[in-house]
Ligand binder design. Structure first.
Ligand SMILES: C[S@@+](CC[C@H](N)C(=O)[O-])C[C@H]1O[C@@H](n2cnc3c(N)ncnc32)[C@H](O)[C@@H]1O
Length: 298
């Protein structure tokens, strides 16, 4: 088998290799599922088992490994396996997203930003982080709302919105900021006209003025050194990510997010993603249809 300097089979080598009838035993599958959970927290839902098995086997075939064990050993190697792990991860994660996916949470965000702009802290930069931002829809939705809010308050925009995701492919797409017209249907027409320009017959791209207010990082949300957490945040938005984690991981993670907030800052999660538990040092916000918490003042 031809291998590249990192020890992985090259694409040219793999083209000539016919897909073989490789099998993934239940034991091997459990090892992959454990690796995914240990590295990202994500548990594979039972209905996705066949899809995930198929993706692993198809990658083994593409790279021309003789069996799945060899591929597992390769990916498990510290350093050498990281790049290939990134490729596989992109295929295994659910990255579905939409603009203004949960409208009530976006209404709440706007409401609190406008109160901030009316308060004595109005001159302080408003910092927001979207965790598990996928291909950028959540970040650009928040940025459009923020821009409009500064306009309503007649103030110069002074905000930054950062998105993090463990998927390199998703972050590349987010940075590009180009979306099909169909995907943009959930963006109100006035916002679409203000913040997007025509890219092709069937797609539009985010305008520069919006793009320069946002930043995207490939990062694991469990990584305490993630640049998005370098300074205290006004809002952490984390939706449709916790559902993939075990309860104890959700709790640990949200307690760590609570530490990243400024006093008076908000953690906005998806409805039903936490039930009756609440992170330490935060109080539950009463606002219809949402699940959010406010960091207690010192
Ligand atoms: C279903 S998408 C949600 C996207 C967006 N938040 C929304 O609600 O539309 C879940 C995202 O979480 C990301 N993700 C999963 N585990 C992660 C981790 N450990 N660190 C950062 N991102 C992660 C996935 O790559 C995926 O893009």
């Amino acid at each position: 088998m031809n291998k590249n300097p990192e020890g992985l089979a090259t694409e040219s080598a793999t083209r000539s290799i016919e897909a073989r009838d490789l099998q993934l035993s239940d034991r091997q599958y459990r090892l992959w599922a454990e690796m995914l959970e240990n590295k990202t927290g994500v548990r594979i839902a039972a209905h996705r088992d066949d899809f995930v098995r198929g993706q692993i086997i198809s990658r083994v075939n593409e790279l021309g490994f003789d069996d799945v064990e060899d591929y597992f050993r390769e990916v498990s190697q510290p350093g050498v396996g990281n790049r290939e792990w990134g490729v596989l991860l992109d295929r295994l994660l659910v990255k579905e997203s939409q603009f203004f996916r949960h409208q009530a949470s976006h209404d709440f965000f706007k409401d609190r930003l406008l109160s901030h702009l009316r308060s004595s802290r109005q001159n302080q930069r408003y910092s927001v982080c979207s965790i598990g931002c996928s291909t950028g829809e959540e970040v650009y939705s928040l940025a459009m709302t923020a821009f409009d809010s500064y306009q309503v308050a007649d103030q110069t925009p002074a905000f930054s919105i950062v998105g993090i995701d463990v998927s390199t492919e998703a972050i590349q797409a987010a940075r590009q900021g180009a979306y099909s017209n169909r995907h943009l249907e959930s963006v109100p027409e006035a916002l679409r006209n203000n913040y997007f320009k025509v890219a092709t017959d069937s797609s539009m791209a985010v305008k520069e003025e919006l793009k320069k207010r946002v930043g995207f990082f490939v990062s694991n949300m469990f990584d305490q050194h993630c640049p998005a957490f370098a300074s205290p945040l006004d809002v952490i938005f984390c939706q449709n990510v916790l559902i993939y984690l075990k309860n104890w991981r959700r709790r640990d993670l949200l307690n760590s997010f609570a530490e990243k907030l400024k006093p008076g800052g908000y953690l906005i999660v998806g409805p039903g993603e936490l039930n009756d538990w609440q992170p330490e040092g935060l109080s539950r916000v009463a606002y219809p249809g949402i699940q959010a918490f406010e960091k207690l003042l010192l």
